[in-house]
Design a protein around this ligand. Structure first.
Ligand code: PGA
Length: 250
C-alpha cells in the first residue's frame, strides 16, 4: 500500500503577513512542479488569506493550526471549521501538544474538533504523542492508544477517510532531540493498530501517519525513507524557505 507523503509546516505563533509573503516568494519557485509529496503550510489565522492568495496557482495547500467545534455563536476569539474552509484552507491541525499543554485541550475536545473539521471537508491532522515521563515509565503505547481512541470515538472509517495523524513525541518538539527512525516506526505501528481497531483495517492502511519533533534537513531523509512514516509535521525548520524546501526534497 503506497501512501503519498505529506510534508506539513506548523508555523505556530511566528510570521506576520509581510514575513509570510516573503516566505512564499522564496519558497514557491523552489517547489514548482514538486508532486511527489503533498505540501501543507499552516500559518497563523491572520496570514491565511494572503497565504491562500499566494499559493492558488501552486500545489501547496494551506491549513489552520486550530479550530473551534461550533459553527458560529457567542464564542469570543474562536474560529470555526467552516470559516477556515471558506477562507481557502484544506487542512487543519488538531490537538497539537502545545494546545493540550497551554490551552487545556483534551482527548474529548480533540474528538469534537475532529468531527467539526470532517464535516466542513477539512483534512484533519490530529496530533498525538507522549511526554518524556510517560516514555521513561514505559507508557508510550498506552498514551498513544488512549489519544487515538479518544480522538476517534464515535467515528466511522468512511467519515474519517481523510484523517491524518501526526506522531509528535512531546520531548522531541522544539528541543533538537529527534526520535530515531526506529522509535518513530514503532510508535507509528501502535497508532496504526489503534486506528485499525477504531476504523477498520482498510482505513488504517490508507491513513497517513506523520512524524513531528525536531525534523530538520539533516534528519529528514532517514525518517522519510521509512515506509511506515508517511510524512512530517515541521515546526522550527519550516520557518525558513530553503530549510523547509530541503525537507520537502528529503
Ligand atoms: P519542531 O515542532 O519541528 O520545532 O520540533 C514540531 C511541531 O511542534 O509540530
Amino acid at each position: 500500500m503506497s501512501r503519498k507523503k505529506v510534508i506539513a509546516a506548523n508555523w505556530k505563533l511566528y510570521k506576520n503577513t509581510a514575513a509570510s509573503n516573503e516566505f512564499f516568494t522564496a519558497f514557491l519557485p523552489l517547489v514548482a512542479g514538486h508532486d511527489r509529496d503533498e505540501i501543507v503550510i499552516c500559518p497563523t489565522f491572520l496570514c491565511i488569506p494572503a497565504a491562500v492568495a499566494a499559493t492558488t496557482a501552486s500545489s501547496v495547500h494551506i491549513g489552520g493550526q486550530n479550530l473551534y467545534w461550533k459553527q458560529e455563536g457567542a464564542f469570543t476569539g474562536e474560529i470555526s471549521a467552516g470559516m477556515l474552509h471558506h477562507a481557502g484552507c484544506s487542512h487543519v491541525i488538531i490537538g497539537h501538544s502545545e494546545r493540550r499543554q497551554y490551552f487545556h485541550e483534551t482527548d474529548d475536545t480533540v474528538n469534537l474538533k475532529l468531527k467539526a473539521a470532517l464535516e466542513a471537508h477539512l483534512v484533519p491532522i490530529v496530533c498525538v504523542g507522549e511526554v518524556l515521563e510517560e516514555r521513561e515509565a514505559g507508557l508510550t503505547e498506552d498514551v498513544l492508544r488512549r489519544q487515538v481512541q479518544g480522538a476517534l470515538r464515535g467515528m466511522s472509517g468512511e467519515k474519517a477517510a481523510a484523517l491524518i495523524v501526526a506522531y509528535e513525541p512531546v520531548w522531541a518538539i522544539g528541543t533538537g532531540k529527534t526520535a530515531t527512525p526506529a522509535m518513530a516506526v514503532e510508535a507509528h505501528q501502535v497508532i496504526r493498530t489503534e486506528v485499525a481497531e477504531c476504523l477498520g483495517d482498510d482505513h488504517a492502511n490508507t491513513t497517513r501517519i506523520l512524524y513531528g519533533g525536531s525534523v530538520k534537513p539533516e534528519n529528514a531523509n532517514a525518517l522519510m525513507s521509512e515506509v511506515e512514516i508517511d510524512g512530517a509535521l515541521v515546526g522550527g525548520a519550516s520557518l525558513d524557505a530553503v530549510s523547509f524546501f530541503k525537507i520537502v526534497h528529503w
